[in-house]
Write a protein that binds this ligand. Structure first.
Ligand SMILES: *Cc1c(COP(=O)(O)O)cnc(C)c1O
Length: 410
């Protein structure tokens, strides 16, 4: 027997969307409207995302990968430029640099949090070959947690680097810094651009969707060009007066211009209608994820030190995407695959976030395999347990009981 999502009844995946009747109604209304692609729902979603994050500009797009690619395009990154990326992330963070011909230098991470530290950024910069220029750092808020974003931002500025945050996991996260008080992820206190994903496992979803936020009007304009073919209809941008202007000097009504090719990375009105409906629920979803996390922390306390939650920055209220634990498999006597199989047999889905990207064949062939011991230490121990807004505390109890049984089954 399967439920509506196609999972065995009672099966708890590591993450899944929460779609409610008003979300469905919002999509139906978009389908009945005059616009399917770029219409008022796109503007509405972008305005809602600005309101939520506090950013001045939000540019919605097709998915989180497109958001990262658009950020690389907006910065005009290309061959000879090097981008620092923490190796514990999803493939797309690093691939964005390669899409534009820039090179990736992988940074190590804290073995207990999976987050890049300022010292890791500094060490990565030191590994850029002579002749290469460090241009940007694409930082990652793994699981929804921010690390030392202030230290990373200050170091990046000293080296003339632009900071892009891949906040695919961190919509809704707030953190307190001694200088400014509370900051929201996406607000741009310590980043020039912030990218988001609205894939169904993320905290809110558009089916597929993404966005970039920034406070820089110039970057926002370049992001919009990258999103839609490099086309502009703004007369102030026109370079070719002979083609652009009518006899009376006014712009020709059909005219558009392209200075450099962009992509079709637009989000549709259908996606944005769903996104806006979901954004209204963000606080509720974040609170729910926090309550479930607290329940996990309490119930897992008696599995210490064999199983422990990842270490977290205290001065934050995180919009949590994942509930990763660190498990001492070396002491356990059986491996992670065996544990995942045992949990699956008990109806519990788990996942590993992530295989360090520098270990992928493509990147090994290109850059060799740098020694990144923090990342390996994290990777060898991490396992993400189910966490999503539709879970109940009883589900947490089920997971922790199954985990305790699976660990002691020998
Ligand atoms: C999900 C994710 C992406 C990619 O987002 P898509 O919307 O799936 O393209 C990029 N980076 C991280 C860290 C992610 O988790």
């Amino acid at each position: 027997m399967t439920d509506k999502a196609g999972s065995p009844v009672g099966f708890l995946p590591y993450g899944r969307q929460t779609i409610e009747d008003d979300d469905i109604a919002a999509v139906v209304a978009a389908l009945r409207s005059d616009y399917l692609t770029t219409g008022p729902a796109v503007d509405g979603f972008e305005a809602a995302l600005c309101a939520e994050t506090g950013a001045l500009h939000a540019v919605a797009c097709a998915n989180g990968t497109a958001a990262l690619h658009m950020a690389a395009l907006a910065l005009d990154l290309g061959p000879g430029d090097w981008i620092v990326v923490p190796t514990v992330t999803f493939l797309a963070t690093a691939n964005a640099a390669r899409y534009v011909g820039a090179e990736v230098v992988f940074a190590d991470v804290d073995p207990d949090s999976g987050l890049m530290r300022a010292a890791d950024l500094e060490a990565a910069l030191g590994r850029i070959p002579a002749g290469g220029t460090a241009k940007a750092v694409f930082n990652v808020h793994l699981g929804g947690h921010v690390g030392d974003v202030e230290g990373i931002h200050a170091l990046a500025r000293r080296h003339g680097l632009t900071v892009v945050d891949d906040a695919s996991h961190a919509l809704g996260t707030r953190y307190r810094d001694p200088a400014n008080g509370w900051n929201r992820v996406g607000e741009g206190a310590h980043a020039d651009m912030t990218t988001f994903s609205f894939h169904p496992v993320k905290t809110v979803t558009m089916g597929e969707g993404g966005a970039v936020t920034t406070n820089d009007a110039g970057l926002a304009k370049r992001l919009r060009l990258a999103r839609s073919h490099g086309m502009t209809r703004d007369p102030l941008d026109f370079q070719q007066a002979d083609l652009a202007l009518a006899a009376d000097g006014s712009p020709n009504p059909w005219y558009y211009e392209m200075a450099a090719p962009g992509f079709n990375y637009r989000a549709t009105d259908i996606q944005c209608a769903l996104g806006s409906s979901q954004l209204v629920k963000l606080r509720r979803f974040v609170d729910r994820r926090q309550a479930l996390t607290d329940a996990y922390d309490r119930k897992l306390a008696n599995l210490l030190p064999m199983v422990r939650p990842v270490s977290r920055r205290e001065t934050q209220e995180a919009g949590l995407h994942l509930y990763p634990v660190l498990i001492d498999f070396a002491a356990l006597g059986f491996d992670r695959a065996a544990l995942m199989h045992r949990l699956r047999a008990r109806g519990i889905g788990t996942q590993v976030h992530y295989i360090p990207v520098h270990l992928q064949p493509y990147y090994r062939q290109r850059y060799g395999a740098p020694d990144l011991p923090g990342a390996l230490g994290y990777y060898q121990r991490c396992l993400s347990l189910p966490l999503y807004a539709g879970m109940e505390e009883a589900d947490v109890e089920r997971v922790t009981t199954a985990l305790a049984e699976s660990l002691s089954a020998g």
